[in-house]
Design a protein around this ligand. Structure first.
Ligand code: ATP
Length: 306
């Protein structure tokens, strides 16, 4: 038994260390998901970022040659616009955000930002230009201030506060005995999923990237939290080119364009109203989601009445 217990313990130790060490989602992607062969071209220049217009031109992609994931995807996100990507689980929504970050290279076609192929510029400059609000934020074992300031290490206290206010987490922080100096993470204060996400939003507000990727939470948050997060997200995506990876459909209603991904192609595209009127795939996903949400709300109400 001891022979098994020691290695298991060790694995647990390594796991915890890795988890902490990679608290930043971008670092996490960089270490775990980037195949070693993604390298900058010799002498590659930094991305000359202007207003942050994105184009996918006939993008083909697979992780595994016998399983195509994207089979020719074309779309454009004009600078400052918001595009939402929806579709069944496993359709390849998150994959699109990984290609934008160049965590993988496309198999065919190209991805450009302000006219520059992402393969032609340094990865560092690419990651500097893109902010990501992940669905599950892992915080550093440090203070709340540190966790927010991570978005821009030289930010002044006042800027950290302003970012927290915009992310609607400031008043919560003020209620803590140590305020911004409160320790969070595994060994500190445990924050709820919604609170952690707002810390991540504050961090991204501070980083102020021209391009933003929002990975919407898969799990249902309660209506109140969801509304708070939504208004924080609206703040951060204002005047920025935004790609929303919508695992649920709650944030897509106001997007300039919705792409419905299915079986590796864009099956439908348009605004919420246009797609509802069309009565196709999106319309049926929408009504199914509505029914599921209502059922959940009823369950919650019943539980609270008990
Ligand atoms: P969900 O809404 O469930 O998160 P998604 O649309 O975001 O799904 P992706 O994460 O883009 O889906 O995954 C698309 C497909 O690619 C899935 O079938 C998944 O199993 C596969 N896939 C994802 N990452 C990898 C990987 N690193 N290696 C091999 N296959 C992968």
């Amino acid at each position: 038994l001891l022979q098994i217990a020691i290695p298991l313990n060790f694995v647990g130790f390594i796991y915890r260390e890795i988890r902490q060490g990679l608290a930043d989602i971008e670092a996490m992607f960089a270490v775990l998901a980037v195949p070693a062969e993604i390298e900058d071209k010799p002498g590659a220049p930094a991305l000359a970022i202007g207003s942050g217009a994105i184009r996918f031109e006939d993008v083909v992609f697979h992780y595994d040659p016998d399983r195509p994931i994207l089979k020719g995807i074309s779309f454009e996100v004009p600078a400052g616009n918001t595009v939402a990507i929806v579709g069944p689980s496993g359709a390849g929504k998150s994959t699109i955000s990984r290609l934008l970050f160049r965590f993988y290279d496309v198999t065919g076609g190209r991805v450009t930002i302000d006219g520059q192929d992402v393969r032609d510029v340094t990865q560092e400059s690419l990651r500097q230009a893109i902010g990501m609000v992940p669905q599950d934020t892992v915080l550093f074992n440090d203070t709340i201030a540190y966790n927010i300031r991570y978005g821009r290490p030289d930010a002044a206290d006042e800027d950290v506060r302003a970012a927290a206010r915009m992310a609607q987490i400031d008043s919560f922080i003020e209620t803590l005995p140590k305020g911004y100096a409160s320790e969070v993470g595994e060994r500190g204060l445990k924050l709820s999923g919604g609170e952690k996400q707002r810390v991540a939003i504050a961090r991204t507000i501070l980083k102020a990237p021209p391009i933003l990727i929002l990975d919407e939470a898969t799990s249902a948050l309660d209506t109140h939290t969801e509304r708070e997060i939504q208004s924080a997200l609206d703040q951060v995506s204002r005047n920025r080119t935004t790609v929303v990876i919508a695992h649920r459909l709650s944030t897509v209603v106001n997007a300039d364009q919705i792409l419905v991904l299915q079986a590796g192609v864009i099956a439908e595209r348009g605004t919420h109203a246009e797609l509802l009127a069309k009565g196709g795939l999106y319309a049926s996903m929408w009504s199914r989601q509505r029914e599921a949400d209502e059922a959940e709300e009823r369950l919650r109400a019943a539980r609270e009445a008990d």
